[in-house]
Design a protein around this ligand. Structure first.
Ligand code: NAD
Ligand code: DAU
Length: 336
């Protein structure tokens, strides 16, 4: 492949992916991003002008998408689709943009891709499978039935089904990946780990929803990027690949580790009212991805990954400070 059209490339995972691609491959990159509250051009600063171009726009804008896709070469190029409304709490407070971007936006993209026979990779989430009991030995696989819980995860599930139908009915050359919870640099402070780090850096206490016993399966964002490249290179068309790095931890454990890394007592956090419909536990079995592509994660020491993330937020207050007050004001309205 020689050029990638990356949607949502100004967001957390998209911007890390773009950096990863420009550093480790010879592909050129065009980013299409609407710059919602979650998109940030500062996350793309310093990229090489001769290989990188930014276009501000909406993935649901069909004429714009068609024009960008017209520049791609079906023999060599691909669309990597990260753009989404991504935050569960926002989806509970106002689901409409989730339908517009995650469902209609994905529809517009796959229509453009199928008309020009462009290779398409759809970024999805483990949340489409709903949740697992805390003591269930099972983990999600590509065969697990869809059972999304939130407006966010149901719109992601809907977009996955659109992509699958376009593969079967129109021969769209697409793959799907479903990743677990990412952490690392450039993540918006509304999300769990950066919210707690920036709270402590601002002298506030971390906020744990409910009992703090909910489990997430953490993966460093760099490992997500390398997995997507592995699927683009070696994944089979029409297939879904789950991406995970065996990183199950409960939320209380994560907060205690963060407090420790930040030099605070491990119990210096508050329990706050729970998220409605809060999924209990996610866990990924990534053996298909490992077997078929040879991918493996590099960030296998979670505490070390957290320490690097803490260091990044310490060093980059100018990146996150502009988001912090608005984000906390929104949480205050929700009582969380
Ligand atoms: P994010 O919210 O940080 O970034 C989303 C980006 O999409 C932003 O730059 C935003 O401006 C852009 N965007 C939103 N609506 C758009 C539209 N209509 N047109 C063009 N651009 C638009 O999200 P993220 O956490 O980086 O997630 C990226 C993708 O990865 C999403 O598809 C998400 O579902 C998926 N995912 C996220 C995680 C995670 O842990 N964060 C895990 C698995 C999968
Ligand atoms: O599993 C993949 C998903 O991970 C992605 O599809 C989503 O885009 C991404 O936002 C993330 O969803 P979660 O809802 O799991 O992430 P969030 O960071 O919002 O919360 C992680 C856990 O921490 C969850 O159990 C809720 C809890 N939480 C969250 C916040 C913001 C708290 O306890 N306190 C908080 O302040």
């Amino acid at each position: 492949m020689s050029a990638l059209l990356v949607t949502g490339g100004a967001g957390f995972i998209g911007s890390n992916f773009v950096r990863h691609v420009l550093e480790r491959t010879t592909h050129d990159v065009v980013v299409l991003d609407k710059l919602t509250y979650a998109g940030n051009l500062a996350s793309l600063e310093g990229l090489p002008d001769d290989r990188f171009r930014f276009v501000r726009g909406d993935i649901a804008d069909a004429p714009l998408v068609d024009a960008l896709v017209a520049d791609l070469d079906p023999a060599t190029d691909a669309i990597v689709h990260f753009a989404a409304e991504s935050h569960n709490d926002n989806s509970l407070a106002g689901p409409r943009p989730f339908v517009d971007t995650n469902v209609v936006g994905t529809f517009v993209l796959i229509e453009a891709a199928r008309r020009r026979d462009i290779r398409f990779h759809h970024i999805s989430t483990d949340e489409v499978y709903g949740d697992l009991e805390l003591d269930d030995p099972a983990r999600f696989t590509e065969e697990t039935a869809y059972r999304p819980s939130s407006p966010y995860s149901s719109t992601k599930a809907a977009s996955d089904l659109l992509v699958r139908a376009w593969v079967r009915s129109y021969g769209l050359r697409a793959t799907i990946s479903g990743c677990s919870n990412n952490y690392g640099p450039y993540q918006h402070v509304e999300k769990f780990i950066p919210r707690q780090i920036t709270n402590v850096l601002r002298g506030a206490r971390p906020k744990l929803y409910g009992s703090g016993r909910n489990v997430r399966d953490w993966i460093h964002v760099e490992d997500h990027s390398s997995a997507v490249l592995a699927i683009l290179g070696r994944g089979r068309i029409g297939e879904t690949y789950l991406i995970g790095a065996d990183g199950e931890r409960d939320n209380a454990h994560v907060v205690e580790e963060l407090l420790d890394l930040l030099g605070q007592p491990r119990d210096a956090y508050d329990l706050v009212p729970d998220r409605p419909g809060h999924d209990l536990r996610y866990a990924i079995d990534a053996s298909k991805l490992r077997r078929e592509t040879g991918w493996s994660p590099r960030f296998t020491d979670f505490r070390d990954g957290l320490a690097r993330t803490v260091a990044w937020y310490r060093a980059n207050e100018s990146w996150w400070a502009p988001q912090k007050d608005d984000t906390e004001a929104r949480y205050a309205e929700l009582g969380r």
